[in-house]
Design a protein around this ligand. Sequence first.
Ligand code: PEP
Ligand code: MN
Length: 358
Amino acid sequence: MRALIILLHLDAGPAERAGVRAALQRLGVTAEEVRLGERTIFSVSGPPQALPPADSLARLAGVERVVPLGSRAPLAESTRAPGGRPVTVGPARFGGGHVAVIAGPCTVEDPEALRDVVRLVHAAGAAALRGGVFKVRTSPHNYQGGGLSALRELHAAAREVGLPFFTELNDPRQVEDVAEFADGLQIGARHMQNFPLLVEAGRTGKPVLLKRHMAADVEEWLLAAEYVLQTGNERVILCERGLRSAERHVRYLLDLGVVPWLKQRVGLPVIVDPSHSAGDWRLVPALARAAIAAGADGLIVEVHPRPETTRCDALQALPPSDFTRLMQDVRALAALDGRQVSGPPAHDAPPLQRAAGA
Ligand code: PEP
Ligand code: MN
C-alpha cells in the first residue's frame, strides 16, 4: 500500500473539490476527504500500481501540494535493527558493535610497494585491503589503473596475509572478472547512479561498498542502495566520502552528521573515507577519528609506504607510521562506546623491502 495527502488551495471551491473527488474515483483508490478549517485535504491510499505519481495529481485544478507518505527507500529502511545489521567479509566486521578498517593504496601500481603496503596495514590491524585497478579519473590523460593483471597481483598479495580486499569497478562488463577475485565490490562516488552497475554488482551476492556521490543527497544515495538491495543482496556498506562545497581548504566537505542520521534510519553499516574528503594526509587522522567518534562502523583509508612515488592521490596517502598510530586511536575510540575493532591482532610489521624514500 502507498499513501499520500492531497492538500487543496485555500481558495479551492466546490468545483475543484468535486474535480479531485472524480479523478480519484476514476482511479479506483480509497480517498478520504477532510475539512480542516478553510482547507480541504484528501488522504489517499492504494496499491502502488493504482496510485499515479504525485506530480500528476499535483496538476489537478485546485491542488496546492501532494505529499507522498511513507519511505521511498523501503528496502534500506527494512534493514533497521537494534544495533544495526553487520556485514562480514572474512575477519572484517562492519557494524553490530564492530568497527573495521579497510586500508591500502589508491591504486595498484608498483608490485614492491603493493607488498609493502599490504604487510604494513595487516600488521597495524586493518581488517581488509583496498586497491584500485579500474580507476575512475576525472581526466582521460591520467593513469587509468592496471586492470586485470593488477587485480591478480592484489589478490595474490591479499591472500598472502589472509585479508579480504575491496576494489572499485565502474562498468557492468567488469563485474564478472572482478567478482572472481575480489571479496568486496566498491562503487565509486562518480558511479553511485550507474544503475546497471549497481544491479550487476548486487547480483554477485558480494558485499557492495557504495560511496555517496559528491553532490548526492541522502535520499538519492539510499535509492542507489535500493538497486543493490532489490537484487536480494543485503550486504551493502554505505560510505560517506565528502561533498562538493564552496570550500577549497579540503578536497570535499565531509558530512559526518550523516553517520548518526543514517544509523537512526537504516541498519546498513556506514563507513567513512577520510582520504578522499581531506585530500591531504595531514588532515586524514583527525577526520578518521571524528568519523569513529560519530559512530561510523569503519573507515576506508589510503596508505602508501612511499607516497611520493605513487601516480594517484599521492598527497592524501598516509605513510605507514601515521596509519599505525591511527589504528591505535581507532581502537581506543571504539572502546569508548563499547565497540570492538575487527581484524587481525596488531603486530610488528616486517621490514619494508626498500628503504623509505629510496
Ligand atoms: C577511491 O576510493 O579510490 C575513489 C576514487 O574514491 P571516490 O569514488 O570516493 O572518489
Ligand atoms: Mn584515491
